[in-house]
Design a protein around this ligand. Structure first.
Ligand SMILES: Cc1cc2nc3c(=O)[nH]c(=O)nc-3n(C[C@H](O)[C@H](O)[C@H](O)COP(=O)(O)OP(=O)(O)OC[C@H]3O[C@@H](n4cnc5c(N)ncnc54)[C@H](O)[C@@H]3O)c2cc1C
Length: 409
């Protein structure tokens, strides 16, 4: 099955990417892409959700299936093996996956945006040619390793991982934690301090392969939600990384990291919207069918008010998220990590995460006792929603960013 629109339609979707901050609706092509991807992902993955959640199971052929859908390297040009979409259209794929299976959306976006898009934007030509084809055809899984046991919200200040140059290699030591796809990744973009005494100005980025000597990883953690998406620890014990795998300049890692953060937040907001949309859809269906006091619960005004508020919250979140991603779409190379876009993407991510949490909470409430059962879909969505207020910068850190930018003016 080929899920992606044929090339001319894809190009049209990209032209639909002419969405701007003053055009808050989706074009017809964007709507078509979103709907088509939702249907295709549903066919490919929906039957796996219960096993993923129950057994923290990631399908062995999961990334090959994503490749079959034509959505790996979504925003990477076709000459490098990608789908050649613009960032906005790629984000809509995230929204579609969020509607279908939050674990798949999470693993896909960590691979595709945090790792692959980052390598495409920051790596040199030789690195692009070496790593992008496998990452785009489903034979290699990608991850990003930033967080450490001592550095989460303060990822830069708390970073203890080091890399010292020895001839034509760097020797990495340290531990990364809570890394999405970590237990299954073939390629990890890792940050480590090459000049610890220089603080944030002494960080570098490296591409590490799973077979490099001195590299190992944990089994997947037992998480509250998105249990199918494997999250784990990475260990670097005198891990030898060829100097050719340094991404960007030595001690220039913060530029690599910060230039990507705004895009990553705007991008990640999209799958969060998808989760919230699905929770609302399920709630409306249940309100129509569940009978109490001799009529569907959707006839009670208190249930109606919940549904109406969920809808309004969701639509408000969509406006902000679409606008933030549209502005990232037009971001010039190296821009971001400061100013209006930094504040806007933090705002979109904050709104998306908190809206999703509220909507899934109300969805569980509408389902009553049934909603409290772990194996029911709204319960899975509720548990998947919580991480959307934590990962990629917590909801508190999103506020810190916004306030800092406001007070800087
Ligand atoms: C499922 C999952 C997947 C993840 N995937 C990845 C990944 O792929 N790659 C990666 O690098 N990382 C990943 N992370 C890490 C994630 O980004 C961090 O967990 C997150 O940034 C928070 O860091 P922390 O857990 O160390 O919490 P802490 O930083 O210890 O925060 C604890 C609490 O203190 C609050 N706090 C901290 N500082 C401030 C402040 N200045 N003002 C107000 N409140 C503050 C926080 O908001 C939070 O409530 C993942 C995490 C999870 C759970």
């Amino acid at each position: 099955m080929t899920a992606m629109p044929a090339k001319p339609e894809r190009k049209a979707a990209m032209r639909g990417g002419a969405i701007t901050s003053t055009n808050f609706g989706l074009s017809g092509e964007h709507v078509a892409l979103l709907d088509q991807m939702t249907r295709a992902a549903r066919t490919e993955f929906a039957g796996d959700s219960e096993r993923m959640d129950k057994d923290k199971w990631w399908p062995e052929d999961g990334f090959r299936r994503l490749a079959k859908l034509g959505i790996l390297g979504a925003s990477v040009p076709e000459e490098h093996g990608g789908a050649g979409l613009d960032l906005f259209s790629a984000g809509l794929i995230g929204q579609a996956l969020g509607r279908v299976e939050a674990s798949v959306a999470t693993s896909w976006q960590s691979h595709d945006n945090l790792c692959v898009n980052n390598i495409y934007r920051n790596a040199n030509e030789a690195q692009r040619r070496k790593y992008l084809p496998g990452l785009c055809d489903g034979t290699k899984v990608g991850a990003i390793g930033m967080t450490e046991p001592t550095g989460g919200s303060d990822a830069l200040g708390g970073m203890k991982a080091t890399a010292r140059r020895e001839g034509d290699h760097y020797v990495l030591n340290g531990t990364k934690i809570y890394i999405t796809n970590g237990p299954i990744a073939d390629v990890v973009l890792v940050y480590a301090k090459t000049a610890p005494e220089r603080g944030n100005k002494g960080i570098s980025a490296f591409i590490v392969e799973k077979d490099f000597p001195g590299y190992s990883r944990s089994a997947p953690f037992d998480k509250m939600g998105i249990r199918g998406s494997p999250t784990g620890q990475l260990f670097f014990d005198d891990c030898r990384v060829p100097a050719a795998n340094l991404v960007g300049a030595e001690n220039g890692g913060v530029a690599v990291m910060m230039s990507g953060l705004d895009i990553e937040r705007a991008f990640a907001s999209m799958s969060v919207l998808g989760i919230a949309e699905r929770a609302l859809e399920l709630s409306v269906d249940y309100a129509k069918t569940r009978q109490q006091f001799g009529k569907p619960i959707g006839e009670f005004q208190m249930v109606q008010a919940k549904l109406a508020e969920m809808y309004v919250e969701l639509e408000a979140a969509k406006l902000l998220c679409y606008r933030a991603l549209a502005e990232c779409n037009d971001l010039a190379e190296g821009e971001g990590g400061r100013g209006d876009i930094h504040m806007l993407t933090a705002a979109a991510f904050m709104k998306a995460g908190e809206t999703c949490m509220r909507i899934t909470d109300e969805a569980v409430q509408i389902f009553g006792g049934a909603g409290y059962m772990r194996d029911i879909e709204v319960n899975r969505l509720y548990r998947a929603a919580k991480i959307q207020e934590i990962g990629g910068g917590t909801k508190e850190i999103r506020r810190v960013i916004i306030a800092k930018e406001l007070l800087r003016r």
